[in-house]
Design a protein around this ligand. Structure first.
Ligand SMILES: Cc1ncc(COP(=O)(O)O)c(C=O)c1O
Length: 403
């Protein structure tokens, strides 16, 4: 048995993610999901939809398997998909991307994150993320031996303070990781924030890694890819995937795009992580990306509606709710109900009221965990009837679990 810490737990965040059950292989996500399953609770902890994406694309993937798309795809992805990704960037954002040299297909955005960080981060390099942050950033920075610096995002709007952002940069900063729209807070960053990031990244000559997996899931506000801000493209890797936009999180097809030399480095690392990604899914993802604009708009509208249903339920349960501008998630503060520790509450909720959520502290280093101690994240990418039932159950929170 290797001794603790494992390399991916070198950072405080990696350690913080661990369950306290003593089993080093179990994260809080797994612990809460296991509790939700055990108590047949509605699991609003994990961010996956309970309805699959369009049947047409499922059929296309099935045809690929039934046909001849069962051997390795080219390492960089099939050309049809790379072309569809480039076309999508042009259609939605006016970005001109060369599908031959400026796109690489990955095994979900997760692999794109890992390959990008491992490609550019040497031991001792500093990497900035916002905090709370998506767990795989902290883990992969740890794997690369990087030093993880964070910039806090605070309620109610979870936009960074520009002075904090400036203070996070140093001569050792190699990369800033941006996640916009932002999991877990549901924030969509203001243009001024993006411009400041580009200014600082240019000043300190560092890379921008922009995780935009929720790019189409914004509610009444536009998504601005940071690569469209003047001066950004040459130092930016943009990531996305099929999972969130099309409700196919299990397909694990993602991509990175950016200037050719950066993509070449990512592709090289990807070669040794997975070599290539799900062949049969790739033409289906290409077709999905070619969907009419109304498909993207209608999906965001529908998801936005679900966010308001869950937010209203959380509010009527007595929580302070920070309404999201994007993503699958809404953050609520349980302090008004008298609870002082969302992690403890998250462990008790599946059994007591039959609903599971995730404490925000697991997306933070130790100090951030204190700051977010009473905040909880709930996923609303679920059927309306499930959300309505969850809201009903949540209304009994304070009576069933005394604070
Ligand atoms: C911010 C963020 N990035 C990346 C991912 C992973 O994407 P994929 O499933 O395409 O690997 C997720 C999934 O929850 C996410 O929330």
């Amino acid at each position: 048995m290797p001794s603790y810490p494992f390399p991916w737990q070198r950072t405080a965040a990696g350690a913080n993610l661990l369950s306290s059950t003593g089993d080093l292989s179990v994260t809080i996500f797994e612990e809460i999901t296991a509790l939700a399953t055990k108590h047949s609770a509605i699991n609003l902890g994990q961010g996956f939809p309970d309805t699959d994406g369009p049947h047409l694309f499922k059929e296309q993937a099935a045809e690929g398997v039934a046909g001849s798309l069962n051997q390795y795809a080219p390492g960089g992805g099939i050309l049809v998909l790379r072309e569809a990704i480039a076309k999508h960037q042009q259609r939605f954002y006016g970005l001109s991307v060369n599908p031959e040299t400026e796109v690489v297909v990955t095994t979900g955005a997760t692999e794109a994150i890992a390959a990008s960080i491992l490609a550019f981060i040497q031991p001792g390099d500093e990497v900035i993320t916002f905090e709370p942050f998506y767990d795989s950033y902290g883990a992969t920075i740890g794997l690369a031996g990087g030093i993880h610096r964070t910039v806090p995002l605070n309620a109610p709007d979870f936009q960074p303070d520009i002075a904090d952002l400036r203070a996070a940069f140093s001569t050792r900063t190699k990369m800033i990781v941006l996640n916009n729209p932002h999991n877990p807070t549901g924030a969509v960053f203001e243009r001024a924030v993006l411009e400041e990031i580009v200014y600082l990244a240019t000043k300190h000559d560092c890379l921008i890694l922009s995780d935009e997996v929720y790019e189409h899931l914004t509610f009444g506000v536009p998504h601005i890819p940071i690569a469209t801000i003047p001066g950004a493209w040459e130092r930016t890797l943009t990531l996305s995937s099929v999972g969130k936009t099309f409700s196919f999180t299990g397909w694990k097809v993602g991509w990175a795009m950016g200037p050719a030399p950066l993509i070449a480095a990512v592709r090289t690392v990807k070669q040794f992580l997975s070599y290539s990604s799900g062949t049969a899914f790739q033409p289906a993802v290409a077709a999905a990306l070619d969907s009419p604009t109304e498909f993207f708009d209608a999906f965001a509208r529908d998801l936005g509606h679900r966010s308001t249903v869950l937010a209203a339920g959380l509010e009527s349960a007595g929580m302070t709710v920070y309404r999201p501008r994007g993503t699958y998630f809404v953050v609520a503060d349980v302090a008004p109900l008298g609870f002082t520790d969302a992690l403890d509450l998250a462990r008790r909720m599946p059994k007591s009221i039959g609903v599971a959520g995730i404490p925000l502290s697991v997306f933070c280093h130790a100090e951030g965990a204190q700051r977010t101690k009473t905040l909880m994240r709930f996923a609303f990418c679920k059927k309306l009837e499930v959300l309505t039932e969850a809201a009903e159950r949540l209304s009994h929170l304070s009576t069933k679990i005394g604070s």
